[in-house]
Design a binder for this molecule. Structure first.
Ligand code: ZN
Length: 265
């Protein structure tokens, strides 16, 4: 009986996940997502103040703040991001210790002063923001939520069908199921980073920036990553060399004859 309930739960989790298939016009992919763009925007707006507070709140320097916003909006306006329903907003955070940048679902994008100050060109700032815009338009958070629900459903089913209250040893199986679930999500995280890098290259080129600036960003982050706290860029993707190689491949694909002259560095 326990096994049967477990099977039904697993089937339901799989059914709900695979039934919710949405086409993403920016990435050209079919995605499993079960929340709407409006819900994403609401989630992002709701968590934005808390997220900002974690990194010292908004930076008081209005000129730097305006630069971050201008470069971000330029990327949005000249790329496919402009055709999405997301109200993008770019904020510079006051934190001077944590080298970080991140995107919340639906459009809020942040960069810390610690990362901002390490950047050498406007193109590198565009590289950071373009990568984050990539996370938003590729709807990675929404995908993550759907995957988590699937994993929880499957884990719950496996735990239920294998856990025997009279034999505590069976708890091990339950724990393994949980770990497998986490590994699954981590793998998606790496792919998300690579996809955002590719989208970053695309948005940079669309806005007239030299996409090689993103390689410079990777090098800056690799140096910063030697510290205690890992930047978001590396949290799920520990291999920067591999990432740079993939960015180079994306640039080669965009500009088979070589990167043209006159792009903003
Ligand atoms: Zn990222």
């Amino acid at each position: 009986m326990r096994l049967l309930i477990g099977l039904v739960m697993a089937a339901f989790a799989l059914f709900s996940y695979f039934r919710s298939s949405v086409y993403n016009p920016v990435t050209g992919e079919q995605q499993h997502i079960n929340i709407t763009a409006e819900q994403e925007i609401a989630l992002g707006l709701q968590s934005a103040p808390q997220m900002a507070a974690q990194f010292g709140g908004l930076h008081p320097d209005q000129r730097a703040q305006a630069l971050v916003d201008a470069v971000g909006q330029r990327l949005v306006q000249s790329s496919a991001a402009a055709q999405t329903p997301y109200p993008f907003e770019f904020s510079l955070l006051a934190d001077e210790q944590t080298v970080n940048a991140f995107a919340l679902p639906g459009g809020p994008i942040f960069i810390t002063a610690a990362l901002f100050e390490r950047l050498q060109t406007e193109g590198q700032l565009a590289g950071v923001l373009g990568h984050e815009i990539g996370h938003v338009v590729a709807r990675h958070s929404a995908e993550h939520i759907a995957k988590q629900q699937l994993t929880q459903g499957l884990t719950g089913a496996l735990v239920l069908s294998t856990y025997d209250p009279d034999n505590p040893g069976s708890r091990q199986t339950a724990q393994i199921a949980r770990v497998v679930g986490q590994l699954l999500n981590m793998k998606y995280g790496r792919e998300d980073e690579l996809e955002s890098d590719r989208l970053g290259v695309r948005f940079l080129a669309d806005a007239g920036y030299d996409p090689r600036a993103l390689i410079g960003v990777m090098q800056i982050l690799a140096e910063a990553g030697a510290g205690a706290r890992q930047p978001e860029f590396f949290s799920t993707h520990p291999n920067p060399e591999n990432r740079i190689a993939q960015i180079e491949a994306a640039i080669q694909e965009r500009f088979p004859q070589g990167v043209p002259e006159g792009l903003r560095p």
